[in-house]
Ligand binder design. Structure first.
Ligand SMILES: [Fe+2]
Length: 260
């Protein structure tokens, strides 16, 4: 066994132990936190464009994984239609970010972060392959619809969650950025924290089907409100995550992602 294999084995032991204990682990982020902040600011600038221009940067729901690609929004409820806006980036959507200046700037800021996430994905795959040979062929296939998600929320009343408890639909998730604490993991709702320079790693619904030799369970998680903070007018929270997928992933019904 070479030095790198031994190092990967120790890293895998650490990840399995930490995820087992608290639902998530830390993984080194091989790109700057400044590039992440720049991309988030470019997303917030993009969201200030008129709605019809933003909607030109979207593609219909991806039936395999249930994700919209590109720009989207959700109203919280009919009675209280605060709008959550998001952008799901894959390279396939890049060609739709070419017209307006904020869209071009956003694309320019996303690309180094997406490439950095792919490098982080390759690092994590190398670690997981200690026990799961062949994982790279599944996850690093160029058809894999890995998705970089930007999301922003208006203020919610105290006690109204930004995200109710759920499981993510991919193989695993990297948490990259939160404007404020609020993310929690496990039924005990332990706060999730990660230091600068690290991303938060946690398994998603497809993990045990994809990594049969690594005994990790998908992580139950959500986001609570955390006081009154405003990043910009009417924006109380922003976050960025990366979802790792395999090509031809089976459709995940909503009740499997939020069974309670
Ligand atoms: Fe999630």
């Amino acid at each position: 066994m070479g030095v790198w294999d031994r190092q990967s084995e120790m890293e895998l032991d650490r990840i399995v132990e930490q995820v087992g204990q608290r639902g998530y682990s830390w993984v080194h982020m091989p790109f700057s936190t400044q590039s992440v902040r720049d991309a988030m600011n470019a997303f917030l600038d993009f969201c200030e464009m008129p709605k019809h221009l933003k909607e030109q940067c979207s593609q219909p729901r991806d039936e395999r994984g249930g994700y919209d690609l590109g720009y989207g929004f959700r109203n919280r409820s009919e009675e209280n239609p605060d709008t959550k806006e998001f952008f799901h980036y894959t390279p396939a959507i890049a060609g739709q970010l070419t017209r307006e200046k904020p869209a071009v700037q956003f694309r320019n800021r996303i690309e180094p972060v997406f490439q950095g996430c792919m490098e982080m994905l390759r690092d994590v795959v190398q670690i997981l392959e200690v026990k799961e040979p062949g994982l790279g062929e599944k996850l690093l296939d160029e058809k894999s619809p890995h998705t970089l998600r930007f999301v922003k929320y208006p203020p919610h009343p105290p006690g109204v969650a930004y995200a109710e408890g759920h499981y993510d639909r991919g193989v695993f998730t990297f948490g990259l950025y939160e404007s404020h604490p609020g993310l929690w993991a496990n039924k005990t709702k332990d706060p999730v924290t990660y230091p600068s320079g690290y991303a938060c790693f946690f398994p998603a619904i497809m993990f045990d089907e994809t990594c049969k030799n690594i005994k990790l369970s998908k992580t139950w998680h959500g986001v609570d409100t955390n006081g009154e903070h405003l990043i910009r007018p009417n924006i109380a929270r922003a976050a960025m995550v990366f979802f790792a997928h395999t090509p031809n992933q089976r459709p995940i019904p909503p009740e499997e992602a939020r069974p309670y």
